[in-house]
Design a protein around this ligand. Structure first.
Ligand code: PAF
Length: 299
């Protein structure tokens, strides 16, 4: 595996691979890898000739009082993990390489970024789409792998790629859970032991909501109330939102029908966590996608 710090070098490596007939798989990350990141690398490794993983803690997507400075970092551990997953190129640019000057150009996806996480983090998605657009421009035609845990990010990036005719296929990969149901996140590292235990109420609430839909509930507000009531049983967890919307464009649909996203965000101590479940309703038939659960042995 080659570690690359310069944009020109990564661009050249991707162009050379494509000229040689290889496809390119891109896994954009902010590092501090867990099983969720590694599952994206494995998906890319299984499908593409050149696998590129990027690690860049993008300041543009953090609000003024958010965790940019404290965001967990472990370049040595990440390098070993990427190598073990058969990654070909690890791109680790500096701030100066990515933003030699304060950017005057940002990418904004209207509408999809206003609600859910966008309500509490109004500048977050512009930061994400701006850096992802830069990475797509650097890497060129490729398949880019994103996890379903960041469901709103996935919808926003998909829409950006479609609206701007970017030569990138977006591949959505399953959300990965700890054995007790907690969605994997680099930010789980912030949780104290007690907060870590309490945080499992989020996946329990999603499961309860999905079960209600499975039992015939179609009323959006009734489902959000169920989430609120479940999370309220855990005093260490403050629910920011529990919402039900259409998975593709995040539109509110009531009564719910088709492919729906049930999404939550909550504050657990100083840590903000998100989680979701996708449910597909076709008449009386309901399929639930909570993602995949990692076995202890794989951790
Ligand atoms: O999901 C993330 O880790 C980040 O939002 C991303 C897509 C790498 C952009 O910085």
């Amino acid at each position: 595996m080659k570690t690359i710090e310069r944009i020109a070098e990564l661009r050249a490596a991707c162009e050379t691979a494509r000229h040689g007939g290889q496809t390119v798989g891109l896994v954009p990350t902010m590092g501090y890898f867990h099983e969720g990141h590694r599952s994206l690398m494995r998906a890319a490794r299984a499908a593409d000739g050149l696998v590129v993983v990027t690690i860049f803690v993008n300041p543009l997507q953090f609000g003024a009082h958010e965790d940019l400075d404290g965001y967990p970092r472990d370049l040595a551990g990440d390098t070993a993990a990427a190598e073990a997953e058969g990654v070909d190129a690890l791109f680790t640019p500096s701030q100066a390489e990515m933003y030699p000057e304060p950017t005057r150009t940002t990418v904004h996806v209207d509408g999809l970024t206003a609600d859910l996480c966008g309500a509490a983090r109004p500048t977050h998605f512009d930061g994400v789409t701006t850096v992802v657009a830069k990475l797509f421009s650097i890497v060129g035609p490729c398949t880019a792998y994103f996890g379903r845990k960041d469901a709103q990010q996935l919808a926003v990036v998909r829409r950006m790629a479609a609206d701007l005719n970017l030569p990138v296929d977006i591949a959505a990969c399953p959300l990965v859970r700890e054995p007790d149901g907690l969605a994997m996140s680099s930010r789980n590292a912030y949780l104290s032991a007690e907060e870590r235990r309490a945080a499992t109420v989020l996946s329990s609430a999603l499961r309860t909501a999905a079960d209600a839909v499975g039992a015939g509930e179609r009323d959006r507000v009734a489902i959000t109330r169920l989430i609120e009531a479940t999370v309220a049983t855990e005093p260490l967890v403050a629910l920011e939102y529990g919402e039900v919307c259409r998975g593709t464009d995040l539109a509110v649909v009531d009564p719910i029908d088709g492919e729906m996203l049930i999404a939550v965000a909550a504050q657990v101590g100083r840590t903000r966590l998100i989680d979701n479940v996708t449910i597909t309703i076709a008449g009386a038939e309901v399929t639930t996608d909570l993602g995949v659960t990692t076995q202890e042995s794989e951790l």
